[in-house]
Write a protein that binds this ligand. Structure first.
Ligand SMILES: *Cc1c(COP(=O)(O)O)cnc(C)c1O
Length: 373
């Protein structure tokens, strides 16, 4: 009997349910003759603003890193920040969060995560604020909302902007039911193909209630041009392709279903995994977690991953090296961030994509429960 294989992620499988809709959308753009900007992008932006709610406007951009870079660049152009100013950042994140800060000659100030949520420990923000601090970059990592009244109070007290890196948590909410992307002053989204809502290439968006910020991001993403052949900024070209906009407009209406599908798998893992060698992520039934990743921790990571693979279960590690330990960040290499280092040593992401069925999750949990040292 051949053993079943549990894929971590297969993008072809993920997009299979939308193939007809995607083909129609792409063909619509091909036949429209409009290949940059235009109604497909505007339609997506409207849908995106409605999806996030909370009175935000949305603008499509080239990818998630550019979305974040453009937000900080816009704040610089608006005079809110200047080179050398500090931004509070989570030490446990994907490096793109940090690159958006350093790309704008701003200084990242790393703050450790709470080991329970793996997200920025908001109780530690205030002690890291200096006279040069201008913003808190909050990352809703693995799909978990990272925002609370402690963060908002510090931001209010010191006049800091809250910038959300919402690459991983589209559709997540805060306890007052506001969505991520509408919690802070501005938010960046990524639609990289592996995200909960993925394009068929690179794509991103910025949301904000601040119309000045949105106008600045729009102009900066289009050579710094506010109207044709008139440039108020020395800008960039970071536009969203209409093909990707049309594809995303097909997929966005299914956001709720995707969040529910992931939550259901997480609830199965939560219920079924029971092995003292493996600690499960903090489980919250309400919707502050959209389970972009289901991350367990174990001090026996190599053994667990090898064992799972032998039993047909693919896993990943998000992320094996924290940003401050990357060669490109050598000036931060001496920071003492033991919680982030521990997560990088012990984290294992289990399959939770559209390739994984509820039955698969039950089987994967059984396999994990049979893991021993
Ligand atoms: C994916 C990701 C990004 C970058 O988005 P791209 O679209 O790949 O540029 C930024 N931050 C986080 C937390 C991400 O997961």
């Amino acid at each position: 009997m051949s053993k079943k294989h549990y894929k971590f992620l297969d993008l072809k499988d993920v997009n299979a349910p939308w193939l007809d809709e995607i083909n129609d959308a792409v063909s619509r753009v091909v036949h429209s003759g409009r290949y940059v900007g235009g109604p497909e992008v505007q339609n997506f932006e409207k849908l995106m603003a409605e999806t996030v709610g909370g009175g935000v406007a949305a603008t499509g951009v080239s990818n998630g890193l550019d979305a974040l870079r453009l937000i900080f660049r816009a704040y610089m152009e608006m005079g809110v920040m200047k080179p050398g100013d500090e931004v509070i950042v989570p030490a446990n994140t994907y490096i793109a969060s940090i690159l958006a800060v350093t790309d704008n000659a701003l200084k990242p100030v790393f703050v450790e995560p709470d080991i329970r949520t793996l997200n920025l420990d908001t109780a530690q923000i205030e002690s890291h604020v200096s006279p040069r601090t201008r913003a808190i970059l909050t990352v809703h990592l693995y799909g978990r909302t990272c925002y609370d009244s402690t963060m908002q109070d510090v931001a209010d007290k010191f006049g800091l902007k809250i910038v959300e890196d919402n690459a991983q948590a589209i559709g997540a909410t805060y306890s007052d039911s506001r969505q991520t992307g509408a919690l802070g002053d501005a938010a960046a989204f990524s639609f990289y193909p592996t995200k909960n809502i993925g394009a068929l290439g690179d794509a991103g968006a910025v949301t904000s209630r601040d119309s000045q910020l949105i106008s600045a991001v729009k102009a900066l993403a289009n050579y710094g041009s506010d109207y044709r052949y008139h440039n108020i900024y020395q800008g960039l070209n970071c536009r969203l392709d209409p093909i990707q906009a049309a594809i995303l407009s097909c997929k966005l209406p299914y956001l709720d279903a995707e969040c529910k599908r992931r939550s259901h798998l997480a609830s199965i893992y939560e219920e079924e995994i029971n092995n003292p060698l493996v600690s499960k992520p903090l489980y919250t039934a309400h919707e502050d977690m959209v389970w972009h990743q289901y991350v367990v921790m174990t001090p026996h990571r190599e053994e667990l991953r090898n064992y799972l693979l032998e039993n047909g279960v693919e896993t990943e590690v998000h992320y094996p090296t924290p940003p401050h330990r990357q060669p490109c960040m050598h000036e931060y290499a001496d920071l003492n961030l033991p919680v982030s280092d521990r997560i990088a040593r012990e984290a294992v992401s289990l399959p939770i994509s559209a390739c994984t069925s509820a039955d698969d999750a039950v089987e994967i949990a059984k396999i994990i429960n049979n893991f021993s040292k």
